[in-house]
Design a protein around this ligand. Structure first.
Ligand code: A2P
Length: 273
């Protein structure tokens, strides 16, 4: 019997489907993955999109994820937590190359260069998977065109949770294609400051405490601390972290900016569950 339109069994087609091309598991609770990029998708490094899977009820189950790859890249990269009973990540953690995910092609976000006034030194403050937007911005040429120095701090509970960021920065430093794109010597502008809070490592403590007691400035030989005329900051972590850093930056005299109203720092909540 010939297969007709009516009798053919069609594979279900996801709305806004993209194909998974690579998956890396970093710890029991962290993984990163790459997906194909819709030809029409334009975004600014640091922005996020809604991604997800079809839920059991047949409806899309979507969450906001920072794009971890830079705006010029052919593929899209994401960095995610795995929560065993998390509605989305309990499933998403099992994706394999060739699988499809849903990606709504509407990038938005405040962790973008347009939301900051010109400055000399740019701080990226991240906890946990809040590193993701900075993985994008660290590979964005404008970051090095606009600033003399880029300081990335990353606070995690354990050493293994730093590995995605540590390796990314190590790779950036020796990538010849990036050096061509960003200009020779760009990597010398990056200063990486990882800290852990629950496992022994060379630098322990919450970055908030290390800022308040001046340890960060002593370690990095920065005189005068954070200053509103030269220093700019982008923050991405848990809600509590963001509030604490906001207070610290405001005490240094920095003001929170937005796309429509650029100032000295911007904040966005990392997806945490
Ligand atoms: P701590 O271990 O002292 O809670 P989480 O896994 O809970 O999202 O935290 C990720 C990292 O961010 C941990 O190292 C944690 O430190 C740190 N952290 C959590 N909340 C804050 C905060 N309000 N200020 C500074 N660091 C924080």
């Amino acid at each position: 019997k010939p297969v007709t339109e009516a009798t053919a069994v069609k594979a279900p087609v996801l709305p806004d489907a993209q194909t998974v091309t690579d998956v890396k598991h970093w710890t029991d609770s962290l993984f990163s993955f790459k997906v194909s990029r819709p030809a029409s998708l334009r975004f600014r490094s640091g922005e996020f999109v809604m991604i997800g899977l079809l839920g059991d009820n047949g409806k899309p189950l979507l969450r906001a994820y920072s794009i971890a790859s830079p705006s010029w890249d052919e593929e899209l990269e994401f960095y995610s937590i795995k929560v065993q009973d998390g509605p989305l990540t309990s499933k998403l953690q099992h994706i394999k190359p060739g699988d499809q995910i849903i990606l709504r092609p509407k990038p938005v976000g405040t962790l973008v260069h347009d939301a900051l006034l010109p400055g000399k030194r740019l701080w990226f403050f991240a906890t946990g998977t809040g590193f993701a937007p900075f993985a994008s911005l660290l590979r964005e040429p404008q970051t090095y065109e606009d600033y003399d120095e880029v300081i990335i701090t990353h606070t995690c509970r354990e050493v293994a949770e730093l590995e995605y960021g540590r390796q990314l920065i190590e790779d950036i430093r020796k990538d010849e294609m990036l050096a061509e794109l960003m200009g020779e010597g760009f990597a010398d502008k990056i200063r990486y400051y990882p800290t852990t809070t629950r496992e022994q490592s060379p630098k322990m403590g919450r970055i908030t405490e290390l800022l308040k007691d001046g340890t960060v400035f002593a370690d990095l030989a920065i005189e005068g601390g954070i200053q509103p005329d030269t220093d700019r900051a982008m923050v991405c972590g848990s809600l509590a972290f963001n509030l604490d850093i906001k207070k610290i930056l405001e005490d240094f005299g920095l003001r929170e900016g937005a796309n429509s109203d650029p100032k000295e720092f911007v904040i966005e909540k990392a997806f945490v569950g």
